[in-house]
Design a binder for this molecule. Structure first.
Ligand code: SF4
Ligand code: SF4
Length: 286
């Protein structure tokens, strides 16, 4: 199975637009792993076919009938998630289980907490697996793994050999969960100081996990000097630049209209095709 992750150091640099553009050319299952800011469904307009509950961290639950108000749990909770009345503050509970452990009368048990939903959907581009995390939940790394697992199952069931992942942004746990084990990471970068810094941080993560990567420069003409800096850095480090995309507000207009840029702008469509072919060539070779 070939897996291609589209990643960027932060959101808003064109990662999702690129992933959606590939949808017109690739015979692939899409996995929207940007679970904190899921945008791919805005373009895909998917029809949900299957829905699964996602359980993140456990939650402490007190049996008032058993509780003798000894305050052991209150004193032991490092997250201030238990009130003096021995009520659990759901938003603060990290599910660590310490309170259950210290309770002398077994009045606390850890229960499952629904943190979101995972969807298997059909769209005009084919299958997409996406998810929704409940506001305030912080288990997105685990949810990303569930989305990827489901995408793998859908691919196998339907005879697909490629999965395209719209990765979480940043370099934290959800990103690591998005890119581990993929065939290649396409790092999208804009020619700004901050974006170059972010690109290097993702490269460090990818290098650490020995994941191959290529770079795509978005809006390169907004600062050609910085774009050249990126090219120089990549050349010196043996990183291939698979595409340079000029600034074009068609990207924003396409999203606003619920379309991929390939569907929206013919001229950009041929550039996107070229970039996809570069990715294809790269994964076929490796
Ligand atoms: S599970 Fe951990 S965080 Fe939650 S209430 Fe118990 S001790 Fe506190
Ligand atoms: S440790 Fe158990 S008995 Fe003591 S206050 Fe907490 S829930 Fe009640």
């Amino acid at each position: 199975m070939k897996q291609i992750a589209i990643a960027s150091g932060k959101g808003g640099v064109g990662k999702t637009s690129l992933a959606a553009a590939f949808a017109s050319f690739a015979k692939a299952i899409f996995a929207d792993c940007d679970v904190d800011a899921s945008n791919l469904p805005i373009i895909f307009k998917p029809e949900i076919k299957e829905k699964y509950d996602f359980y993140g961290m456990d939650l402490a639950n007190v049996d008032d009938a058993k509780c003798i108000k000894c305050m052991e749990c209150y004193n032991a909770c490092r997250f201030d998630a238990i009130t003096e009345e021995i009520k659990i503050i759901e938003e603060k509970c990290e599910g660590c289980g310490v309170c259950e452990h210290v309770c002398p009368v077994d009045a606390i048990e850890m229960v499952q907490r629904k943190s979101g939903e995972v969807y298997i959907s059909k769209s005009r581009f084919g299958w997409i697996v996406h998810a929704e995390l409940k506001a305030g939940e912080e288990t997105s790394g685990k949810l990303v793994s569930v989305v990827r697992q489901k995408a793998m199952e859908v691919a196998k069931e339907n005879g697909y050999e490629t999965i395209i992942i719209d990765s979480s942004a940043g370099i934290g746990c959800p990103v690591i969960a998005s890119i581990t084990g993929v065939s290649i990471v396409v790092i999208v970068v804009e020619p700004t100081m901050a974006a170059i810094h972010d690109m290097k941080r993702i490269m460090d993560v990818a290098n650490h996990f020995k994941i191959p990567y290529v770079v795509c420069i978005n809006k390169y003409d907004l600062n050609e000097e910085k774009a050249l800096e990126i090219e120089k850095f990549c050349n010196e480090n043996g990183t291939e630049i698979i595409g340079k995309i000029p600034y074009n507000n068609a990207f924003t207009h396409a999203i606003v209209n619920g379309k991929s840029v390939v569907e929206y702008d013919e001229k950009l469509a041929s550039l996107m095709k070229e970039i996809w072919e570069n990715v294809e060539r790269k994964i076929e070779k490796d």
